[in-house]
Design a binder for this molecule. Structure first.
Ligand code: IDP
Length: 140
């Protein structure tokens, strides 16, 4: 087992419904430790840059609009197998397909407003963490 760091976003649908604590509680219950956290309102440029890998997908414009529709909480999560563990507790992209007990099944509104983002590889996690955090902002 190796300790890893992964990147999470609590999305605008969750901040709007005052669910940042509920989401964080589920992350912590899954064995993940929040080692960095800040509430920000992303600019359009920041959101477009963050989701650049999706820029050819038909929902790109709507996704960017959604992600800047309100504040988000960006977090670095640490733990054993943190990347996979976070993906597991998040649940499937579409909450209709997510397993019971997952964040998206219990809390998400729709395939777009699906409450959380989580890195899908360790390589992406490192890139995404560096996109939002300076090394000294992460306190393990
Ligand atoms: P993931 O967040 O589960 O890794 P991705 O396929 O990487 O899923 O998609 C990124 C985000 O884009 C999703 O979390 C969701 O907010 C949004 N999204 C994905 N598929 C759709 C769609 O078909 N319609 C609208 N938004 C979508």
């Amino acid at each position: 087992m190796t300790t890893e760091r992964t990147f999470s976003i609590i999305k605008p649908d969750a901040t709007r419904r005052n669910l940042t604590g509920a989401v964080t509680k589920m992350l912590e219950a899954a064995g993940l430790r929040v080692v960095a956290s800040k509430r920000i309102h992303m600019t359009q440029e920041q959101a477009e840059g963050f989701y650049a890998v999706h820029k050819e997908r038909p929902f790109f414009g709507e996704l960017v609009s959604f992600m800047i529709s309100g504040p988000v909480v960006v977090q670095v999560l640490e733990g054993e197998n943190a990347m996979a563990r976070n993906r597991e507790v998040m649940g499937a992209t579409n909450p209709a397909n997510a397993e019971p007990g997952t964040i998206r099944k219990e809390l998400a509104e729709s395939i777009e407003a699906n409450t959380v983002h989580g890195s899908d590889s360790l390589e992406n996690a490192a890139t995404e963490i560096a996109y939002f955090f300076k090394p000294e902002e992460i306190v393990g």
